[in-house]
Write a protein that binds this ligand. Sequence first.
Ligand code: NIG
Ligand code: FE
Length: 422
Amino acid sequence: MTDRCDLLITDIGELVPVAPPAGGAGPWRGELDDLPAIPAAAVAVTDGRIVALGPEAEVAAAFAPDETASAGGRVVLPGFVDPHTHLPWAGSREREFEQRLAGHTYAQIAQAGGGIRATTRAVRQASLDELVAAALPRLARMLAHGTTTAEAKSGYGLALEPERRQLQAIARLGELQPIDLIATNLAAHEIPDERRDDRAGWVRELCDTILPELRGDAEFCDVFCEDHVFTVEESRAILGRARELGYGVKLHADELVPTGGAELAVELGAVSADHLACTGPGGIEALAASETVAVLLPGTSFYLRKQDHAPARAMLAAGVAVALATDLNPGSSLTESVPMILTLACLQLGMTPAEAIVAATRNAACAVGRGHDRGSLEPGKLADLVVWDAPSWRYVPTHFGVSLVHAVFKGGREVYRRGGRE
Ligand code: NIG
Ligand code: FE
């Protein structure tokens, strides 16, 4: 007796579901040096979702597919979820790269009017169509590196209308290409140039106008809580208001100096606390006892030449749910590549390949509230999966600066194949 299915993906050399032993929607916690893998496997898909997976002999006997696709003996992993990007921007900041090489810090450049404020000037000049056109090639590169879902923040408008335009660009980009996009309102990314003498007024405008006006355009709200940007008190006020309005909350916390941002994220019930390069033992303890996912961004500490790396090993040992993201943006982490982030997570944060892959799939899905339907390969979840030209899953983080992605399936549809169809 066989069931019909839309698609059967066969000849998978090694299938790594990244499913927690007990199932469910929550993140993996704790240290990990291995991942269960199924050799000679197949995946059956119907209506964009996985209906069965396991040894090919069993799955192929149980399903009569409308279509088949061979993985050619390759490795298959869940599609990456990139839970922290600043995707829709205009302009570029290559001169700041040179300034940093000459010894200027990110904070010094920002205080002199560069950094986020420089990109804000470019975004305010850009039309919706220009923002969309600038972001499409970034999304194509993300897909070619195995990303199937990404969070995308506004935060370079710093006033109602340009913030709205960035969020509209995210919505349109979600319709124009295969990667699912989850929008975050990050209007509280900086103090705009014209409000430098009126911080309190800017915080009021965020709470009274910008957050309520843009509620329908973003699922999450985020704040850059940092020395010289928003204080812990200001961040608490903004995100408290965001919560009242029904946004899920996120926080850029402890990136450049320790501020107590991790503790604040936990206090607010944030879905994630991001960066955490300078988080101390108190923050780790608070995160471990919470549902807040720690999103680590090793691309940023690498790109800013920081010696402070997020204390990933202490977090994993304490039971914090750890995720990884690119932080894709024009100034502090200019990369679309999650595989590059895996390599940095292993080499600079001391994570194992198993921990890094869990952090970029299952736990990353939890960091954007999507643990129930993606981030792992299980019956009922989306058939978002990536076919790798690699001898084993362990190989993926070892080969850096290139994409080893052979093909990407999004909702059971092949949306990318290296060099086109064979
Ligand atoms: O996550 N930290 C704040 N925001 C970004 C940087 C954005 C920029 O420099 O344009 C980040 O690193
Ligand atoms: Fe960021």
